[in-house]
Design a protein around this ligand. Structure first.
Ligand SMILES: NC(=O)c1ccc[n+]([C@@H]2O[C@H](COP(=O)([O-])OP(=O)(O)OC[C@H]3O[C@@H](n4cnc5c(N)ncnc54)[C@H](OP(=O)(O)O)[C@@H]3O)[C@@H](O)[C@H]2O)c1
Length: 284
């Protein structure tokens, strides 16, 4: 992985920070993408100090804003002419329904459209590399989805439930990965996704109530070191060179929720996502 250009989103905390750290240790040129500059600088300095890798960069993007993603891509392309590995890792959930500045429910916007929009806009740079791997961090919560509600991404026909909104966004990560991998066949770019395991991180803990129950909820959770292993495996292992369109569940190849395999639904999600992001159809 030495000198490979690797972008990790949500790299200032949890699994993303550990992933960035391990890649920096391997000698990769790691771009940490974070929404908060202060937190980003702290993580960057910590990783630099631990690894002595000088080829680390911090760039700012708020995945809750389609404009922020566009601006980020523009800045990224000014600095970099190719990308070897894209790790879509950022993620969040919200205890109540919040609409983003684009008028989109925030969990769907950040967790799904964030991955979709960033990836499509960086495909030209991935095509410029001969390594080209896309890794999408999904979640085992995909198994709890009982039916797909792609039309109701804004929760207008149902009562908003935080874990359902999160689980839907995570099954969408898998559906997006599968459809993308099909569309990218023959380009040399692979796209895979994963559940990292149940990891001790601060996800969702921006809420007081969730912070209160966190010690209970996080009992039995694995370390971030353990939790980053599957992302790192998919990003770096020679064993899966050329493998595309798979879901790994904590280091093991697995079938996701069968709903994720529905190609009509994948296409619908793709079309809705294209319409919401306003991206051109021919980016893939
Ligand atoms: N932890 C688990 O048990 C578990 C299980 C299954 C899947 N996952 C998945 O693993 C991934 C990493 O989560 P984690 O557990 O490591 O959580 P985490 O420690 O909370 O890290 C999440 C990262 O995403 C960033 N982020 C959130 N919203 C963002 C936005 N709008 N724009 C830019 N960055 C944003 C956070 O930035 P801030 O620090 O600024 O908030 C943070 O850097 C997520 O995709 C999650 O769904 C986690």
């Amino acid at each position: 992985m030495k000198d490979k250009i690797v972008l990790v989103t949500g790299a200032n905390a949890g699994i993303g920070k550990e992933t960035a750290f391990r890649l920096a240790e391997m000698g990769s040129h790691v771009i940490l993408v974070c929404r908060n500059e202060k937190k980003g600088i702290k993580a960057l300095d910590e990783i630099k100090e631990k690894t002595s890798n000088e080829n680390l960069d911090l760039m700012i993007c708020d995945f809750a804003s389609l404009k922020s993603i566009k601006d980020f891509v523009k800045n990224f392309k000014k600095k970099y002419k190719k990308l070897d590995v894209l790790i879509n890792n950022h993620g969040s959930f919200s205890i109540r329904k919040i609409l983003t500045e684009d008028g989109i429910e925030s969990t769907f916007a950040v967790n799904h459209l964030g991955y979709f929009s960033l990836t499509l806009q960086l495909l030209d740079l991935l095509k410029a590399s001969s390594y080209s791997r896309i890794v999408n961090v999904a979640s085992s919560s995909n198994y709890s989805v009982k039916s797909l509600n792609i039309d109701d991404y804004n929760w207008e026909k149902r009562r908003y439930k935080l874990m359902d909104a999160y689980a839907e966004s995570k099954i969408y990560n898998i559906m997006f990965t599968f459809m993308l991998s099909e569309k990218l066949k023959g380009t040399g770019i692979t796209a895979n996704c994963l559940h990292p395991g149940y990891v001790k991180t601060n996800i969702g803990l921006n809420n007081f109530l969730l912070r209160l129950i966190a010690p209970l909820v996080k009992m039995g959770a694995i370390s971030t070191e353990e939790g980053a292993k599957t992302s790192l495996y998919l990003a770096t292992s020679e064993e899966i060179e050329g493998v595309t369109g798979v879901y790994y569940h904590r280091m093991k190849l697995r079938e996701p929720n069968s709903l994720a395999l529905d190609q009509k639904a994948q296409q619908k999600l793709w079309d809705v996502s294209l319409e919401l992001t306003g991206l051109a159809k021919d980016l893939v």
